[in-house]
Design a protein around this ligand. Structure first.
Ligand SMILES: C[S@@+](CC[C@H](N)C(=O)[O-])C[C@H]1O[C@@H](n2cnc3c(N)ncnc32)[C@H](O)[C@@H]1O
Length: 515
């Protein structure tokens, strides 16, 4: 497909940007217009019914041209937006004459606000409103729920070199360039995505974004980055469908390539955040397989998988048929592929990898997101588990203030077992914040959690438990600290040396199974 956009002059870009801002073309207004609970429920091309022939103003014109993809007579565009804006839109390729003579101009691309930026991507409707099949190199829309989830994962603290791999419109690189990165790089394999990302950087007046076209890290040479993010294609397919979508038979082929490149491209202390699906196998869980992908340098990286959804392979296969992505014949092939690969589940969620700065043990973890889990809890977990991995916990945990995290639940199973009194047998401690966690056989943990309803230092608690006969007087403080650390990791208690974010204003982790 030819690329409809032109890289025009700064003046033309500024003119269009000013027009969009002054029109009030923002997320709230659009949500309101289409009566949506969430902005990301809007599906590009969806149209309001019974709109009058003439646009009601600049905002309405933007909705018609850039979201609904309608044809608007050029005279109406000039009347509503002015000659200068209409000229700039045409010069940049955002407006084209409709060749089928339906009587006007239309926009060959979609343009919309995302995280307070203006983003251009491909559309999948024709000017007459009918749908067309996406081309292989279609530029993936940023106005979708999973790109929003991906953008919400970006850390707020500053970084020097930020790399957005599989960047599509470049939305993540653009957000980083605006918010906290000195230089943001956006790499994508298609020429089309690279061209659209270049256009988007100019439209948003962000000169600190560097584009690169190539497979994975190809455009990077030997460059290292202190933050690498990716929202790659991860859908398992029997046959390649679209470049933005198909991740090979197990869905992992691109993700794997990106992770294999981390030893070369992630700087010490750097963070890799990827939103993708992957598979657990009878041979190994996803996080352990990721560790293998890191190769010889694996002992320099912490690996965390946060689950938003877990799907049985049989359910995955049935969904392919239900959504029309596969027919009954392919259903058999799918079953065969998953059996051959020994897939036990298809999991989806953030994969987070950090490279340690100084020698220490590394950790491999899986967490299941709870209703209130947000990226802040993931970053808290990385910080806390790194402290645990550094060891010598007693000297830090015992002087710290400890307190119970609200929301824990204790289920006790009682048995009669022949006697007349019920015997408490099974203590199941559970919580859903910071993550969903269950701890079985947890009588001691439950007691510590209840004691810490009243905050106390680790030392005071240790002495009290010994006095009460709960702990042996000779208990090793390091051993006691390890038990406390397990409770902190589980989210049942927290410590003043690494307090929980308690969710702040961060967006909760969203879940969506399909790209
Ligand atoms: C799911 S889209 C995500 C786009 C964008 N990051 C977002 O979140 O909106 C995946 C992108 O990966 C790109 N891609 C696919 N294979 C690639 C590869 N081997 N190397 C680099 N980019 C690739 C596609 O062109 C597409 O733009």
């Amino acid at each position: 497909m030819s690329i409809p956009l032109n890289i025009g002059s700064d003046a033309q870009f500024r003119c269009v940007q000013r027009f969009l801002v002054d029109a009030g073309f923002d997320e709230d207004a659009i949500r309101h217009t289409f009566n949506l609970k969430e902005y990301y429920e809007y599906s590009l091309g969806d149209r309001r019914e019974d709109v009058p022939a003439e646009p009601a103003g600049a905002y309405d014109l933007c909705v018609r041209l850039f979201l609904e993809g309608r044809i608007v007579p050029i005279e109406s565009i000039r009347r509503t937006a002015g000659h200068e804006v209409a000229g700039a839109l045409q010069a940049l390729g955002l407006l084209q004459a409709e060749s089928a003579d339906l009587g006007g101009h239309y926009s060959p691309v979609a343009l919309y606000p995302v995280h307070q930026l203006f983003i251009v991507s491909d559309r999948w409707t024709n000017p007459d409103g009918s749908l067309h099949a996406p081309a292989d190199d279609m530029v993936y829309a940023a106005l979708v729920r999973n790109t929003n989830s991906f953008l919400n994962l970006m850390p707020e603290w500053p970084c020097e070199r930020f790399l957005d791999l599989c960047s599509g419109t470049g939305a993540a690189a653009l957000c980083a360039a605006r918010d906290n990165a000195k230089t943001a790089y956006a790499f994508d394999i298609t020429e089309r995505s690279t061209a659209f990302a270049t256009f988007n950087a100019r439209l948003n007046a962000l000169p600190n974004v560097v584009m690169g076209r190539g497979d994975a890290y190809e455009p990077a040479g030997d460059l290292q980055f202190d933050r690498i993010v990716a929202h790659p294609p991860y859908v398992p397919v029997l046959r390649h469908k679209w470049t933005y979508h198909s991740g090979g038979r197990d869905g992992e082929q691109i993700t794997r390539k990106l992770i294999e490149g981390l030893p070369r491209h992630l700087a010490p202390g750097g963070l890799f955040i990827c939103l993708a699906a992957g598979t657990d196998r009878t041979t190994n869980l996803l996080e352990n397989r990721i560790r293998e992908w890191l190769g010889e340098a694996s002992d320099e990286f912490d690996v965390v998988v946060v689950l938003r959804s877990v799907m049985d392979p049989a359910v995955f296969v049935i969904r392919q048929v239900l959504f029309g992505f596969a027919n009954l014949d392919e259903l058999r092939q799918w079953k065969e592929v998953f059996r051959e690969l020994r897939v036990t589940s298809v999991v989806y969620g953030p994969i987070v990898i950090q490279r340690r700065t100084t020698p220490r043990k590394v950790f491999t973890l899986r967490r299941k997101a709870g209703r209130r889990s947000s990226p802040l809890e993931i970053f808290w977990m990385l910080q806390w588990e790194a402290m645990v991995a550094e060891g010598k916990l007693a000297s830090r945990l015992l002087p710290s203030e400890l307190k119970a995290v609200p929301g824990a639940r204790l289920d006790i199973e009682h048995r009669l077992d022949g006697g007349t009194d019920w015997d408490a047998r099974r203590y199941l401690l559970s919580t859903s914040y910071p993550f969903q966690m269950e701890c079985d056989d947890a009588a001691f943990f439950a007691l510590v959690t209840s004691r810490l309803q009243v905050p106390a230092t680790g030392t005071a608690l240790f002495e009290q438990l010994k006095q009460d006969g709960v702990l042996h007087p000779e208990t090793d403080p390091e051993e006691f600290s390890e038990a406390l650390a397990t409770l902190v990791s589980g989210g049942f208690i927290q410590t003043s040396i690494c307090p929980l974010p308690m969710n702040g204003n961060a967006k909760i982790l969203d879940g969506l199974e399909d790209a």
